[in-house]
Design a protein around this ligand. Sequence first.
Ligand code: ASP
Ligand code: MG
Length: 258
Amino acid sequence: MNAIVLKFGGASLSTPKKMLKVADIIIERKKELKNIVVIVSAMGDTTDKLLKLARKIHTDPPKREQDMLISVGERISMSLLSMALQKKGINSISFTGSQSGIITCDNHFDAKIIDVKPFRIIDELKNNKIVIVAGFQGISQKKEITTLGRGGSDTSAVAIASAIEAESVDFYKDVMGIYNKDPKENKDAVFFNKLNYDESLKIITSSKHFLLHPRALELAKQNNIKLIIRSFKKNAKKFTSIENDAFKKDGKIVYEKV
Ligand code: ASP
Ligand code: MG
């Protein structure tokens, strides 16, 4: 499908004001693109707060109930962002992971995506709506709500992009892209305009904080999904694109190994 996936992390959605700014970014992109799916993380440190809250009730929270609780974080983001877009006069609809057709294994709090059936997403794109999807979550074949492990919404974004055969996933971050070392701590950090999957995986896994979840990179490599890392801040002139040196695609979509 001629579509693009945009992924916004928790830092870019941490306040209502920032949420409205993200809506403006999406509206700007909509001018050049017909079909947009947006994947969101939970606002700021919502997931940490929910995990702490659970521990106030139970020192070792049952994983099923914990997933029911923490999947709410992304649900808050998706609904508020869709409201923000509608306030600005743009047609949009929010979906949970299960409504989006993200099927996972049964492993609560570390579920792998085994299939995606994106019927509702495709229907609503055809209705000219921007579709907002809650990252980090899915549904098992037993119809249990699952979460994908910390930082899992990057993986949600690539899985959805694979399923709808989107052109690329744009990850909006608080840096312009990938550097050889953390640009916030190192003035001499070198910026990369373009990397292949293996090069970016090496850089990302060698740093303290993953700029992008390695599982998302792995999935993108398998399905040849181009990734763009760019800043959500205004006036950013550069971005990093991650793609294969030689493009090959045999048409079969591959999801994660359990
Ligand atoms: N909200 C989840 C987390 O903080 C998922 C994500 O941000 O990707 O781990
Ligand atoms: Mg988060």
